[in-house]
Design a protein around this ligand. Structure first.
Ligand code: 5AD
Ligand code: SF4
Length: 436
Protein backbone atom coordinates (compact mmCIF):
# COMPACT_ATOMS: atom_id res chain seq x y z
CA UNK A 1 0.00 0.00 0.00
CA UNK A 2 1.15 3.55 -0.74
CA UNK A 3 1.77 5.75 2.27
CA UNK A 4 0.62 9.29 3.08
CA UNK A 5 2.21 11.65 5.58
CA UNK A 6 0.29 14.75 6.72
CA UNK A 7 1.46 17.59 8.98
CA UNK A 8 -1.40 19.51 10.58
CA UNK A 9 -1.30 23.22 11.44
CA UNK A 10 -3.86 25.56 12.97
CA UNK A 11 -6.91 24.66 14.98
CA UNK A 12 -8.47 21.46 16.36
CA UNK A 13 -10.82 21.52 13.41
CA UNK A 14 -7.86 20.98 11.17
CA UNK A 15 -6.77 18.02 13.31
CA UNK A 16 -10.16 16.47 12.67
CA UNK A 17 -10.04 17.38 8.96
CA UNK A 18 -6.73 15.51 8.68
CA UNK A 19 -8.51 12.46 10.12
CA UNK A 20 -11.23 12.83 7.47
CA UNK A 21 -8.55 13.18 4.77
CA UNK A 22 -6.87 9.93 5.88
CA UNK A 23 -10.25 8.18 5.62
CA UNK A 24 -10.71 9.49 2.06
CA UNK A 25 -7.12 8.67 1.09
CA UNK A 26 -7.69 5.08 2.12
CA UNK A 27 -10.08 4.81 -0.85
CA UNK A 28 -7.23 5.94 -3.07
CA UNK A 29 -5.00 3.17 -1.72
CA UNK A 30 -3.00 5.21 0.79
CA UNK A 31 -2.39 4.31 4.41
CA UNK A 32 -1.19 6.68 7.08
CA UNK A 33 2.44 6.97 8.10
CA UNK A 34 4.14 9.18 10.67
CA UNK A 35 7.46 8.95 8.79
CA UNK A 36 7.88 11.46 5.99
CA UNK A 37 10.81 9.46 4.54
CA UNK A 38 8.62 6.49 3.65
CA UNK A 39 5.65 8.45 2.25
CA UNK A 40 4.71 8.65 -1.43
CA UNK A 41 2.42 11.57 -0.63
CA UNK A 42 3.61 14.36 1.68
CA UNK A 43 1.08 17.02 2.67
CA UNK A 44 0.48 19.94 4.97
CA UNK A 45 -3.01 20.72 6.22
CA UNK A 46 -2.57 24.43 6.60
CA UNK A 47 -3.73 27.53 8.47
CA UNK A 48 -4.05 31.13 7.24
CA UNK A 49 -5.17 32.82 10.42
CA UNK A 50 -2.03 34.95 10.84
CA UNK A 51 0.81 35.71 8.49
CA UNK A 52 3.33 33.80 10.63
CA UNK A 53 1.18 30.63 10.29
CA UNK A 54 1.60 30.85 6.51
CA UNK A 55 5.32 31.68 6.71
CA UNK A 56 5.88 28.45 8.61
CA UNK A 57 4.23 26.46 5.81
CA UNK A 58 6.50 28.02 3.18
CA UNK A 59 9.44 26.77 5.25
CA UNK A 60 7.95 23.25 5.41
CA UNK A 61 7.43 23.25 1.62
CA UNK A 62 11.20 23.45 1.17
CA UNK A 63 11.63 20.45 3.45
CA UNK A 64 8.95 18.51 1.54
CA UNK A 65 10.74 19.30 -1.70
CA UNK A 66 13.96 17.77 -0.43
CA UNK A 67 11.94 14.52 -0.24
CA UNK A 68 10.86 15.02 -3.84
CA UNK A 69 14.47 15.48 -4.94
CA UNK A 70 15.74 12.50 -2.96
CA UNK A 71 12.93 10.18 -4.04
CA UNK A 72 11.52 10.99 -7.48
CA UNK A 73 7.78 10.34 -7.72
CA UNK A 74 6.96 11.71 -4.28
CA UNK A 75 3.91 13.99 -4.44
CA UNK A 76 3.59 17.18 -2.39
CA UNK A 77 0.19 18.60 -1.41
CA UNK A 78 -1.06 21.74 0.30
CA UNK A 79 -4.57 21.41 1.67
CA UNK A 80 -6.76 23.41 4.05
CA UNK A 81 -7.12 27.12 4.64
CA UNK A 82 -3.94 28.29 2.91
CA UNK A 83 -4.84 26.20 -0.16
CA UNK A 84 -8.22 27.93 -0.22
CA UNK A 85 -6.75 31.40 0.25
CA UNK A 86 -3.87 31.22 -2.25
CA UNK A 87 -5.38 28.76 -4.76
CA UNK A 88 -3.28 28.38 -7.93
CA UNK A 89 -0.67 30.85 -6.65
CA UNK A 90 0.65 27.86 -4.72
CA UNK A 91 1.47 26.15 -8.02
CA UNK A 92 3.69 28.98 -9.28
CA UNK A 93 7.09 27.74 -8.14
CA UNK A 94 6.67 24.10 -9.17
CA UNK A 95 7.02 22.82 -5.61
CA UNK A 96 3.42 21.64 -5.20
CA UNK A 97 1.53 18.87 -7.06
CA UNK A 98 -1.79 19.15 -5.30
CA UNK A 99 -3.86 22.03 -3.86
CA UNK A 100 -7.15 21.16 -2.15
CA UNK A 101 -9.49 23.40 -0.12
CA UNK A 102 -11.41 22.40 3.05
CA UNK A 103 -14.63 21.48 1.20
CA UNK A 104 -13.00 19.47 -1.60
CA UNK A 105 -11.36 16.55 0.19
CA UNK A 106 -13.67 14.05 -1.50
CA UNK A 107 -11.93 14.88 -4.79
CA UNK A 108 -8.56 13.67 -3.49
CA UNK A 109 -8.67 10.17 -5.06
CA UNK A 110 -9.63 11.63 -8.46
CA UNK A 111 -7.02 14.39 -8.27
CA UNK A 112 -4.24 12.00 -7.21
CA UNK A 113 -5.09 9.77 -10.15
CA UNK A 114 -4.80 12.72 -12.55
CA UNK A 115 -1.47 14.16 -11.34
CA UNK A 116 1.48 13.96 -13.72
CA UNK A 117 4.87 15.73 -13.24
CA UNK A 118 3.78 18.64 -15.43
CA UNK A 119 0.09 18.53 -14.48
CA UNK A 120 -0.50 19.53 -10.86
CA UNK A 121 -4.12 19.29 -9.68
CA UNK A 122 -6.28 21.78 -7.81
CA UNK A 123 -9.78 21.82 -6.31
CA UNK A 124 -10.71 24.76 -4.09
CA UNK A 125 -14.47 24.85 -4.59
CA UNK A 126 -16.35 25.78 -1.45
CA UNK A 127 -19.64 24.07 -0.76
CA UNK A 128 -22.94 24.98 0.87
CA UNK A 129 -23.67 21.55 2.23
CA UNK A 130 -20.51 19.48 2.57
CA UNK A 131 -20.09 18.27 6.19
CA UNK A 132 -18.33 14.91 5.57
CA UNK A 133 -21.12 13.50 7.78
CA UNK A 134 -20.84 9.98 6.36
CA UNK A 135 -17.06 9.69 6.65
CA UNK A 136 -15.61 7.90 9.67
CA UNK A 137 -12.38 9.72 10.47
CA UNK A 138 -9.16 7.70 10.89
CA UNK A 139 -8.26 8.75 14.46
CA UNK A 140 -4.75 10.12 14.77
CA UNK A 141 -4.60 10.72 18.51
CA UNK A 142 -2.03 8.54 20.26
CA UNK A 143 -3.98 7.63 23.37
CA UNK A 144 -7.37 6.40 22.12
CA UNK A 145 -9.09 8.35 24.89
CA UNK A 146 -10.17 11.70 23.49
CA UNK A 147 -11.74 12.21 20.04
CA UNK A 148 -12.65 15.32 18.06
CA UNK A 149 -16.01 15.37 16.30
CA UNK A 150 -16.86 18.18 13.87
CA UNK A 151 -20.48 19.25 14.25
CA UNK A 152 -20.46 22.05 11.72
CA UNK A 153 -18.26 23.70 9.12
CA UNK A 154 -17.64 27.23 7.90
CA UNK A 155 -18.52 30.51 9.55
CA UNK A 156 -21.17 33.18 8.94
CA UNK A 157 -19.75 35.83 11.23
CA UNK A 158 -17.71 38.31 9.34
CA UNK A 159 -15.35 39.49 12.07
CA UNK A 160 -13.44 42.21 10.29
CA UNK A 161 -9.95 40.85 11.09
CA UNK A 162 -10.64 37.23 10.21
CA UNK A 163 -9.85 35.23 7.09
CA UNK A 164 -11.89 32.15 8.05
CA UNK A 165 -15.17 32.99 6.26
CA UNK A 166 -13.11 33.18 3.05
CA UNK A 167 -11.17 29.96 3.63
CA UNK A 168 -13.91 27.80 5.10
CA UNK A 169 -17.01 29.22 3.47
CA UNK A 170 -20.54 29.52 4.79
CA UNK A 171 -21.75 27.92 7.98
CA UNK A 172 -23.55 24.58 7.81
CA UNK A 173 -24.54 22.16 10.56
CA UNK A 174 -24.04 18.44 10.31
CA UNK A 175 -26.86 15.89 10.63
CA UNK A 176 -27.42 15.39 14.38
CA UNK A 177 -27.92 11.63 13.97
CA UNK A 178 -24.56 11.21 12.29
CA UNK A 179 -22.92 13.11 15.17
CA UNK A 180 -24.56 10.89 17.80
CA UNK A 181 -23.62 7.79 15.80
CA UNK A 182 -20.00 8.90 15.65
CA UNK A 183 -19.92 9.66 19.37
CA UNK A 184 -21.46 6.23 20.19
CA UNK A 185 -18.96 4.60 17.88
CA UNK A 186 -15.89 6.16 19.54
CA UNK A 187 -17.31 5.38 22.98
CA UNK A 188 -17.79 1.74 22.03
CA UNK A 189 -14.15 1.68 20.93
CA UNK A 190 -12.99 2.80 24.38
CA UNK A 191 -12.84 6.58 24.03
CA UNK A 192 -13.86 8.46 27.17
CA UNK A 193 -14.04 12.03 25.90
CA UNK A 194 -15.44 13.74 22.81
CA UNK A 195 -14.89 17.36 21.84
CA UNK A 196 -17.60 18.80 19.60
CA UNK A 197 -16.02 21.24 17.17
CA UNK A 198 -17.26 24.21 15.20
CA UNK A 199 -16.23 27.81 14.53
CA UNK A 200 -19.29 28.91 16.49
CA UNK A 201 -20.94 25.91 18.16
CA UNK A 202 -23.71 28.03 19.69
CA UNK A 203 -25.23 28.60 16.27
CA UNK A 204 -25.45 24.86 15.55
CA UNK A 205 -28.92 24.19 14.12
CA UNK A 206 -30.05 21.09 12.32
CA UNK A 207 -33.55 20.47 11.05
CA UNK A 208 -35.24 17.43 9.56
CA UNK A 209 -38.89 16.97 8.67
CA UNK A 210 -39.83 16.12 12.23
CA UNK A 211 -37.20 17.62 14.52
CA UNK A 212 -35.08 20.67 15.17
CA UNK A 213 -31.87 20.29 17.13
CA UNK A 214 -30.03 23.30 18.51
CA UNK A 215 -26.68 23.17 20.29
CA UNK A 216 -28.14 22.73 23.78
CA UNK A 217 -30.24 19.75 22.61
CA UNK A 218 -27.26 18.26 20.80
CA UNK A 219 -25.09 18.57 23.92
CA UNK A 220 -27.81 16.90 25.93
CA UNK A 221 -28.04 13.98 23.53
CA UNK A 222 -24.29 13.43 23.42
CA UNK A 223 -24.10 13.66 27.22
CA UNK A 224 -26.85 11.02 27.46
CA UNK A 225 -24.75 8.42 25.61
CA UNK A 226 -23.00 7.38 28.84
CA UNK A 227 -22.29 8.97 32.21
CA UNK A 228 -18.58 8.18 31.92
CA UNK A 229 -18.23 9.83 28.51
CA UNK A 230 -16.97 13.37 28.95
CA UNK A 231 -18.25 15.98 26.56
CA UNK A 232 -16.29 19.10 25.63
CA UNK A 233 -16.92 21.69 22.94
CA UNK A 234 -15.24 24.62 21.18
CA UNK A 235 -15.54 27.38 20.19
CA UNK A 236 -18.31 29.45 21.79
CA UNK A 237 -19.19 32.93 20.60
CA UNK A 238 -20.05 35.50 23.30
CA UNK A 239 -22.92 36.91 21.21
CA UNK A 240 -24.54 33.48 20.79
CA UNK A 241 -23.89 31.44 23.95
CA UNK A 242 -27.39 31.02 25.35
CA UNK A 243 -28.79 30.52 28.84
CA UNK A 244 -30.11 27.22 27.53
CA UNK A 245 -26.59 26.00 26.78
CA UNK A 246 -25.28 27.13 30.16
CA UNK A 247 -28.25 25.47 31.92
CA UNK A 248 -27.68 22.25 29.97
CA UNK A 249 -24.05 22.20 31.07
CA UNK A 250 -25.06 22.79 34.67
CA UNK A 251 -27.56 19.92 34.51
CA UNK A 252 -25.11 17.29 33.17
CA UNK A 253 -22.01 16.53 35.25
CA UNK A 254 -20.30 14.81 32.29
CA UNK A 255 -20.37 18.01 30.21
CA UNK A 256 -17.01 19.44 31.19
CA UNK A 257 -16.86 22.65 33.22
CA UNK A 258 -14.93 24.62 30.66
CA UNK A 259 -15.89 27.26 28.11
CA UNK A 260 -13.53 28.78 25.59
CA UNK A 261 -15.07 32.21 25.06
CA UNK A 262 -12.87 34.42 22.87
CA UNK A 263 -13.23 38.07 23.92
CA UNK A 264 -10.67 39.58 21.47
CA UNK A 265 -10.73 43.01 23.17
CA UNK A 266 -12.04 44.67 26.32
CA UNK A 267 -12.88 47.90 24.50
CA UNK A 268 -16.42 48.26 23.14
CA UNK A 269 -15.10 50.63 20.48
CA UNK A 270 -12.68 47.95 19.24
CA UNK A 271 -15.33 45.21 19.44
CA UNK A 272 -17.61 47.30 17.24
CA UNK A 273 -14.82 47.78 14.71
CA UNK A 274 -14.03 44.07 14.86
CA UNK A 275 -17.73 43.41 14.12
CA UNK A 276 -18.03 41.07 17.05
CA UNK A 277 -21.67 42.11 17.64
CA UNK A 278 -21.32 42.36 21.45
CA UNK A 279 -19.78 44.93 23.76
CA UNK A 280 -17.78 44.80 26.96
CA UNK A 281 -20.91 44.85 29.15
CA UNK A 282 -22.55 42.01 27.23
CA UNK A 283 -19.41 39.89 27.58
CA UNK A 284 -19.16 40.53 31.32
CA UNK A 285 -22.85 39.69 31.71
CA UNK A 286 -22.35 36.32 29.96
CA UNK A 287 -19.41 35.57 32.25
CA UNK A 288 -21.53 36.47 35.29
CA UNK A 289 -24.30 34.15 34.06
CA UNK A 290 -21.85 31.28 33.55
CA UNK A 291 -20.34 31.78 36.99
CA UNK A 292 -23.72 31.99 38.68
CA UNK A 293 -24.96 28.71 37.18
CA UNK A 294 -21.61 26.86 37.08
CA UNK A 295 -19.41 28.38 39.80
CA UNK A 296 -16.48 26.03 39.11
CA UNK A 297 -16.47 26.64 35.32
CA UNK A 298 -13.04 27.12 33.74
CA UNK A 299 -12.93 30.06 31.34
CA UNK A 300 -10.35 30.59 28.63
CA UNK A 301 -10.19 33.19 25.89
CA UNK A 302 -8.45 34.65 22.83
CA UNK A 303 -7.12 38.22 22.79
CA UNK A 304 -5.82 40.35 19.92
CA UNK A 305 -3.40 43.21 20.69
CA UNK A 306 -3.03 46.23 18.42
CA UNK A 307 -6.05 46.01 16.14
CA UNK A 308 -6.54 48.96 13.75
CA UNK A 309 -6.62 52.34 15.53
CA UNK A 310 -6.34 50.78 19.01
CA UNK A 311 -5.39 53.48 21.55
CA UNK A 312 -3.68 53.13 24.93
CA UNK A 313 -7.13 53.62 26.47
CA UNK A 314 -8.58 50.72 24.42
CA UNK A 315 -5.61 48.58 25.42
CA UNK A 316 -6.08 49.40 29.12
CA UNK A 317 -9.70 48.29 28.79
CA UNK A 318 -8.50 44.91 27.55
CA UNK A 319 -6.18 44.63 30.55
CA UNK A 320 -8.92 45.66 32.97
CA UNK A 321 -11.38 43.14 31.49
CA UNK A 322 -8.80 40.38 31.84
CA UNK A 323 -8.14 41.49 35.41
CA UNK A 324 -11.85 41.47 36.18
CA UNK A 325 -12.73 38.10 34.59
CA UNK A 326 -9.61 36.17 35.64
CA UNK A 327 -9.27 33.70 32.77
CA UNK A 328 -7.58 30.36 33.48
CA UNK A 329 -5.66 30.59 30.27
CA UNK A 330 -5.61 32.66 27.07
CA UNK A 331 -4.32 32.54 23.52
CA UNK A 332 -2.86 35.98 22.88
CA UNK A 333 -1.89 37.43 19.51
CA UNK A 334 -0.61 40.58 17.87
CA UNK A 335 -3.01 41.69 15.13
CA UNK A 336 -1.90 40.38 11.73
CA UNK A 337 -3.54 41.98 8.71
CA UNK A 338 -5.04 39.38 6.36
CA UNK A 339 -5.59 40.11 2.66
CA UNK A 340 -9.23 40.38 1.61
CA UNK A 341 -10.71 40.85 5.08
CA UNK A 342 -13.01 43.78 5.90
CA UNK A 343 -10.32 45.30 8.13
CA UNK A 344 -7.69 45.11 5.42
CA UNK A 345 -10.03 46.79 2.94
CA UNK A 346 -11.36 49.46 5.30
CA UNK A 347 -8.91 50.30 8.07
CA UNK A 348 -5.20 51.04 8.05
CA UNK A 349 -3.06 48.62 10.09
CA UNK A 350 -1.78 51.64 11.99
CA UNK A 351 -0.52 50.43 15.36
CA UNK A 352 3.28 50.28 14.98
CA UNK A 353 4.87 46.83 15.44
CA UNK A 354 6.79 47.85 18.56
CA UNK A 355 3.62 49.20 20.19
CA UNK A 356 1.67 46.03 19.26
CA UNK A 357 4.40 43.88 20.76
CA UNK A 358 4.66 45.94 23.94
CA UNK A 359 0.89 45.71 24.42
CA UNK A 360 0.94 41.99 23.68
CA UNK A 361 3.68 41.52 26.28
CA UNK A 362 1.66 43.41 28.88
CA UNK A 363 -1.33 41.18 28.08
CA UNK A 364 0.80 38.04 28.39
CA UNK A 365 2.34 39.19 31.66
CA UNK A 366 -1.05 39.94 33.16
CA UNK A 367 -2.45 36.60 31.99
CA UNK A 368 0.50 34.66 33.46
CA UNK A 369 -0.18 36.27 36.82
CA UNK A 370 -3.91 35.52 36.53
CA UNK A 371 -3.32 31.91 35.45
CA UNK A 372 -1.11 31.36 38.50
CA UNK A 373 -3.85 32.84 40.72
CA UNK A 374 -6.51 30.63 39.15
CA UNK A 375 -4.37 27.48 39.44
CA UNK A 376 -3.37 28.35 43.04
CA UNK A 377 -7.05 28.61 43.97
CA UNK A 378 -7.31 24.87 43.20
CA UNK A 379 -4.62 23.87 45.73
CA UNK A 380 -6.15 21.81 48.52
CA UNK A 381 -9.15 20.77 46.39
CA UNK A 382 -10.01 17.28 45.20
CA UNK A 383 -10.56 16.97 41.45
CA UNK A 384 -11.55 14.16 39.11
CA UNK A 385 -9.09 13.53 36.30
CA UNK A 386 -9.43 11.45 33.14
CA UNK A 387 -6.04 9.71 32.89
CA UNK A 388 -4.47 10.39 29.48
CA UNK A 389 -1.10 8.67 29.90
CA UNK A 390 2.46 9.22 31.13
CA UNK A 391 3.50 12.80 31.77
CA UNK A 392 5.87 14.14 29.13
CA UNK A 393 8.35 15.48 31.68
CA UNK A 394 8.45 12.51 34.03
CA UNK A 395 7.27 9.05 32.93
CA UNK A 396 6.85 8.00 36.57
CA UNK A 397 3.96 10.46 36.67
CA UNK A 398 0.66 10.35 34.82
CA UNK A 399 -1.21 13.30 33.38
CA UNK A 400 -4.79 14.11 32.52
CA UNK A 401 -7.26 16.96 32.60
CA UNK A 402 -9.67 18.03 35.27
CA UNK A 403 -13.20 18.81 34.14
CA UNK A 404 -12.30 22.53 34.00
CA UNK A 405 -9.56 21.62 31.47
CA UNK A 406 -6.60 22.24 33.81
CA UNK A 407 -3.75 19.77 33.23
CA UNK A 408 -2.94 17.62 36.27
CA UNK A 409 0.12 15.45 36.99
CA UNK A 410 0.21 12.80 39.72
CA UNK A 411 2.15 9.64 40.68
CA UNK A 412 1.41 6.73 38.32
CA UNK A 413 0.86 3.93 40.89
CA UNK A 414 -1.17 1.34 38.96
CA UNK A 415 -3.61 3.69 37.29
CA UNK A 416 -4.46 3.10 33.64
CA UNK A 417 -5.09 5.51 30.78
CA UNK A 418 -8.77 6.05 30.11
CA UNK A 419 -9.86 5.67 33.73
CA UNK A 420 -11.07 8.35 36.12
CA UNK A 421 -9.13 9.09 39.30
CA UNK A 422 -9.76 11.46 42.17
CA UNK A 423 -6.64 13.39 43.07
CA UNK A 424 -5.81 16.06 45.61
CA UNK A 425 -4.13 19.23 44.36
CA UNK A 426 -0.89 19.80 46.32
CA UNK A 427 0.86 22.53 44.36
CA UNK A 428 0.82 24.18 40.94
CA UNK A 429 2.54 26.17 38.23
CA UNK A 430 0.64 28.62 36.01
CA UNK A 431 -0.25 25.76 33.64
CA UNK A 432 -0.26 22.52 35.69
CA UNK A 433 -1.81 21.22 38.89
CA UNK A 434 0.58 19.00 40.83
CA UNK A 435 -1.52 16.34 42.54
CA UNK A 436 -1.46 13.28 44.72
N1 5AD B 1 -4.66 38.62 13.67
C1 5AD B 1 -4.41 38.16 14.91
N2 5AD B 1 -5.16 37.22 15.51
C2 5AD B 1 -6.22 36.74 14.84
N3 5AD B 1 -7.15 35.82 15.16
C3 5AD B 1 -8.00 35.68 14.13
N4 5AD B 1 -7.66 36.49 13.13
C4 5AD B 1 -6.54 37.17 13.54
C5 5AD B 1 -5.72 38.16 12.95
N5 5AD B 1 -5.97 38.63 11.73
C6 5AD B 1 -7.20 35.15 16.47
C7 5AD B 1 -8.50 35.42 17.20
C8 5AD B 1 -9.23 34.13 17.07
C9 5AD B 1 -8.11 33.12 17.07
C10 5AD B 1 -8.44 31.78 16.52
O1 5AD B 1 -7.12 33.76 16.28
O2 5AD B 1 -8.20 35.71 18.55
O3 5AD B 1 -10.16 33.90 18.13
FE1 SF4 C 1 -8.37 26.68 11.69
FE2 SF4 C 1 -8.76 29.26 11.17
FE3 SF4 C 1 -6.34 28.23 10.84
FE4 SF4 C 1 -8.32 27.60 9.16
S1 SF4 C 1 -7.42 29.62 9.42
S2 SF4 C 1 -6.88 26.17 10.14
S3 SF4 C 1 -10.08 27.57 10.51
S4 SF4 C 1 -7.43 28.43 12.77
Amino acid sequence: MKKAYIETYGCQMNVNDTEVIFAILREAGYERTEKMEEAGLVMANTCSIRDNAEQRIWGRLDVFNQQKKARPGVLVGIVGCMAERLKDKLLDNGKVDLVVGPDAYRSLPRLLEAITPDKPQIDVLLSRDETYADITPVRTDRTGISAFISIMRGCNNVCSYCVVPYTRGAERSRDAHSIIREACDVYSRGYKEVTLLGQNVDSYLWKSSDETVNFARLLERVAAIAPDLRVRFATSHPKDISDEVIETMAAHPNICRHIHLPVQSGSSRMLEKMRRKYDREWYLERVAKIRSLIPDCGLTTDVIAGFCSETEEDHRETLSLMEEVGFDWAFMFAYSERPGTLAQRNYPDDVPADVKNRRLNEIIELQNRKSLERYRAQVGKEVEVLVEGPSKRDPAQLCGRASNNMMCVFPALDRKSGTYVKVKVKDCTSATLICE
